[in-house]
Design a protein around this ligand. Structure first.
Ligand code: 13P
Ligand code: ZN
Length: 279
């Protein structure tokens, strides 16, 4: 089947359009990758250029050997993907060693995969292992309110998780494993990829201080939904802080009750006592 007619491609384009409209992807900000299923690869195999040459990823992802990923291009505007997919996104294949990739489709006119490929592939690697292959998507967005909070809250995953859980009752159900936080680091390399992947062992969302957020999930919809939920919660927190802080809130015992009814496990490390700002 023509690659542009494949369902995964249509879903990918829809998510990039929605994320652009959310305001999370100024210019070329942010990047998205999707790990294709074996069936999807089989359906498009005759349109893939397996003759392309391999280049180093910069990190080793042994358990992703021979996997194919749909990836956004480096420097490409997320807003332009739906207008011209084959110039702005591509499909890459990881080699047998997990150390190199080649472009087998798209990224026309000498475009390159996102500069965050090491962070994406290392996170995919951790999630493939941890979820028995269920997770297939990594989405990195410059979500405005999440970034704003990294200038005000301590850069501590326990604090971010608890504060964001409190901002909307269903947040602990959507991200029961909490959020990790990486201190400010130079983006686009192996070091930030390793720090992010370490936190992906425990969380489906990792915030990069003063930069953005990485989310992982099984499908494009679920990944978008997770990112959207966290960003909305961050927006509420920004508003609450701007209005002078919390006067009442959801308490640790409320979360414990919620966990029972919604059948989620909430780690007690997030359920510490806090003081209300203006009580
Ligand atoms: P790319 O254009 O290389 O994907 O980089 C954008 C970005 O958000 C870097 O963190
Ligand atoms: Zn970025």
């Amino acid at each position: 089947m023509n690659i542009l007619d494949m369902k995964f491609m249509k879903n990918f384009i829809k998510i990039t359009e929605d994320a652009w409209l959310k305001g999370w992807h100024e210019r070329n900000g942010g990047n998205i990758t999707y790990r294709l299923t074996e069936e999807e690869v089989n359906e498009i195999r005759e349109d893939l250029n397996e003759e392309a040459s391999f280049q180093p990823i910069g990190v080793t992802v042994a358990n992703l050997a021979n996997e194919y990923f749909l990836v956004t291009g480096s420097g490409k505007f997320i807003r332009n993907i739906s207008l011209n997919p084959s110039e702005n996104v591509g499909i890459v294949k990881v080699d047998e060693s997990g150390e190199n990739y080649k472009i087998v489709w798209g990224l026309e006119n000498n475009a390159r995969p996102t500069s965050e490929l090491p962070s994406h592939l290392m996170s995919h690697s951790v999630k493939k292992e941890k979820t028995n292959g269920l997770h297939r998507v990594i989405m990195h967005s410059h979500a405005t309110n999440v970034i704003a909070l990294t200038f005000v809250l301590p850069l501590d995953g326990k604090v971010f998780t608890r504060e964001l859980w409190e901002m909307a009752t269903e947040c602990p159900v959507v991200f029961p494993d909490g959020i990790g936080v990486v201190d400010w680091m130079v983006p686009g390399g192996a070091d930030i990829a390793r720090e992010t992947a370490k936190l992906m062992e425990e969380h489906n969302a990792v915030i990069w201080a003063h930069h953005g957020i990485f989310c992982s999930e099984a499908t494009l919809d679920l990944t978008f939904g997770l990112l959207d939920t966290i960003e909305k919660s961050a927006e509420i927190l920004v508003k609450v802080l701007s209005m002078g802080g919390k006067r009442q809130t959801i308490k640790p015992d409320n979360f414990r009750d919620l966990a029972v009814d919604f059948k989620v496990e909430l780690d007690e490390k997030y359920l510490y006592e806090t003081d209300l700002v203006n009580a």
